[in-house]
Design a protein around this ligand. Sequence first.
Ligand SMILES: Cc1ncc(COP(=O)(O)O)c(C=O)c1O
Length: 375
Amino acid sequence: MYYARRLSIWPTLPLNVHFRQISNWQPFPLNVEGCRVYSRARHAIWNACRTLGLGNDDVVLVPDYHHGCEIEALLQAGVKIRYYEVTELLEPDPQKLDDMLTPDVKVLYLIHYLGFPQDAFRWRQWCDERGLLLFEDAAQAFLAEIDNRPVGTFGHAGVFCLYKTYGIPDGGAVVTNIPPALPKSKYPSGRWGVLKRHVNWIAERSAVIGSIHLYVKPMMKKLKKKSHNPHKEFDLGDPFTLASSLTMRLLPRLVDQSTARRRRENYKFLLEHHRHLVPRPFQTLPEGASPFAFPVEVDDADEVLKKLRRYGVEGLLFWRNAHPSLPVDDFPNSKAFRNRVFAVPVHQELTASELMQVTEALHRATTKQLNPITP
Ligand SMILES: Cc1ncc(COP(=O)(O)O)c(C=O)c1O
């Protein structure tokens, strides 16, 4: 049997984190007094809609390329949505946006994809000129900056997924001009989530545990799939759920000023070897990006992902299902992205040899070579 360390896009949780010192550095938005940290970013979005005073008569312009849970959170918050088509570079098209404006449009919703900042300054100006609010979705872009200014500071609201950057069980932060009232709900413990992330950390370092993990996980997934509803992942849940107490305890021990730089270095390394596989919007790494993952575009994503698993790399075909309110066939660009683009890890804890494992696995999975590589 061939053993491989299991490498996934999700950051893991080092075992020693419980004994680490609290960092002196607090990144945006955690350093803002009015910042609220809910369990998930979707809760943050729902609460932001309320503090922005949005209601039934208000329309939010949302991109066709999205996760789906952010759309559900907006709808549950009571607003109406209108889809705009992103360009081939995954940006809004100002002309098309202008054509969609009616007096009930109140917000432009902007997603910073994969930690690559959109031109938020320009979109803020665009909104100001039209009396609209700018909502920055930085779920994948915690720690990203534009000219040394954090993403999420340009809009009237900014939301972030903290657990996409650090191996904590949950955490969706929000900053708005008027902070949401502090919910009275209790903090969930987060023990189970911490345990899972510790196991992932071990699986990333031990080929034996990694292989067991890689073998067991698809079986669990198959079992779950029996009652699979592709839209379940969009559920809002209780929007007042706060981040777990373990997230709040461990996050200050994990944040590190070098995180975004290390993610960029890992991304650059993969880019040097696999630029030809990267979709156009992500072929140039901006200075202030904090890449969430490394995107790869292929014709047969499911097949390539299967091959990658043999080499211990668990890629993620993200956003395959759009929110059910999107008429998918009317938006061919985002449809192609959903079917053709998956992501592999670049997170800050990857060692040089793990990064090598990712790059070799990618090479072998996208060419005809199928021999095992030496871990
Ligand atoms: C762009 C975007 N916005 C919002 C969210 C919501 O994040 P959460 O799952 O923490 O609610 C996600 C989740 O992946 C996302 O990708």
